[in-house]
Design a protein around this ligand. Structure first.
Ligand code: ZN
Length: 106
């Protein structure tokens, strides 16, 4: 299955995909109205909001660390580094706990 190169969201349905870029597909959440890719900061903030609402966990610091870990693992951001991805990242334990919570909500 394809995943978004910018946020790693699985593109399960055709309508989940926002566009194709020269690097690969991007999801609707990472696509601007003009079809381009949102900035790193916008995608980062979207991911933080997603983690806070989906896990019911209002800890913004933890959400930021989780999103940083997700995005820093993606080859797109390794090739296109952005200052908003510098900083603390979640530990594997924190990440596993958050992923388990996400799956409870699916
Ligand atoms: Zn995305």
């Amino acid at each position: 299955m394809e995943t978004c190169i910018a946020c790693s969201m699985p593109l399960m349905r055709p309508q989940d995909k926002g566009n194709d870029t020269e690097y690969g597909p991007i999801c609707i959440h990472c696509t601007r109205p003009d079809g381009g890719m949102k900035s790193c900061k916008e995608i980062f903030e979207g991911g933080v909001a997603f983690f806070i609402t989906t896990t019911g966990n209002a800890d913004r610091k933890l959400a930021e660390k989780l999103v940083r870990k997700t995005m820093n693992d993606l080859s797109y951001w390794q090739n296109n580094p952005c200052p908003c991805l510098d900083g603390d990242t979640a530990s594997d334990e924190e990440f596993a706990a958050a992923t388990a919570k996400l799956q409870e909500h699916e």
